[in-house]
Design a protein around this ligand. Structure first.
Ligand SMILES: C[S@@+](CC[C@H](N)C(=O)[O-])C[C@H]1O[C@@H](n2cnc3c(N)ncnc32)[C@H](O)[C@@H]1O
Length: 294
């Protein structure tokens, strides 16, 4: 699981991603998000050092307080989440439309101090599962106690205790860590034709076409680090340099996102060779959660 519920989280395909990863000393998840892959590789002790990075400052603050100040952060968040489960559906809808909008607005204007901002953003992500709208109130009806959420959050804090966390721009990070023994897993914000913003279901920091183009050129210049890049179909036209220089591996998967059920593809690119037997394992992977074989 990731640390927080997150749009485009890699939870369902993390085992496929792990199979594509090469041996290395340091693993860096450059567009960290929920950190599903960082948590998985840390759990399996695949690398000496695991680094999670995301440019979204408030997402970073959630990781920061969960990791370094869990005793201060977790009880407060647990109380807020538990209270949320006491609302009726009508109260919740009103709350979602009025209060949450205002909270997101404050976050998007970077108007909240770190601790408060982390609490509010975590509350929104866990409670509403904005952006992906499958949150507490959708999944279950019964009340949950503060203790329940304290345990729930403490388990998650435990998962990230050996992971280093950074709040950097990917372009700087690639320059700094383009070294032998480093592997980057990169899942950039996808190019979406609609306005990509958290309220419409996407990240606070997204990629414009010019960012994707710059990123593609940057990846083509990487000399020493190993790169595993994940793209969706809509990204492909903006990454010609990567398509020319990198090896491509297609992964078909079942989308669990509520609005767009159905078969989709991810396009993985590596600047290192992947053995055929690994690819076969990926294609035959059985999605136990959806019960369908891809
Ligand atoms: C597709 S999501 C990653 C989701 C992640 N794989 C997961 O499993 O949750 C992209 C992330 O990149 C972050 N991001 C956007 N621009 C960035 C940049 N220039 N440098 C670092 N992170 C960035 C966003 O904040 C967002 O969390």
């Amino acid at each position: 699981m990731g640390l927080v519920p997150y749009m485009g989280g890699d939870e369902l395909i993390k085992k496929d991603i792990v199979r594509l990863l090469p041996p290395a000393d340091i693993f860096i998840e450059g567009f960290g998000g929920s950190g599903a892959v960082s948590i998985e590789v840390a759990r399996r002790r695949m690398y000496r050092k695991v680094i999670w990075n995301d440019k979204d400052t408030y997402l970073y603050y959630i990781w920061y307080y969960m990791k370094y100040e869990p005793d201060r952060f977790i009880p407060k968040l647990a109380l807020m989440l538990s209270n949320l489960t006491k609302m009726t559906k009508e109260e919740w809808l009103e709350f979602k439309n009025k209060v949450v909008k205002r909270m997101l607005d404050l976050i998007n204007r970077e108007a909240l101090p770190p601790f408060t901002g982390a609490l509010v953003y975590a509350y929104i992500l866990y409670g509403m599962s904005i952006p992906y709208e499958g949150g507490i109130m959708r999944k279950r009806e019964k009340l949950r106690t503060v203790e329940y959420y304290i345990n729930f959050l403490r388990r998650r804090a435990e998962w990230i205790k050996d992971i280093e966390i950074l709040n950097r721009d990917i372009f700087e990070l690639l320059d700094e860590y383009d070294k032998e023994g480093v592997v980057f897993y990169l899942d950039p914000p996808h190019i979406i034709k609609k306005n990509g913003y958290i309220r419409t279901g996407y990240y606070r920091i997204s990629f414009k076409i010019k960012d994707a183009r710059r990123f593609s050129r940057k990846l083509a210049e990487i000399k020493n680090a190993k790169i595993l890049l994940k793209l969706s179909e809509t990204d492909l036209p903006y990454y010609p340099e990567v398509r020319e220089k990198y090896q491509m591996h297609v992964l078909r998967y079942i989308s669990m996102a509520s609005q767009k059920k159905g078969k989709k593809r991810y396009y993985f690119f590596t600047n290192y060779e992947i053995m055929r037997k690994d690819l076969l394992a990926i294609l035959l992977y059985n999605y136990s959660s959806s019960g369908e074989t891809v």
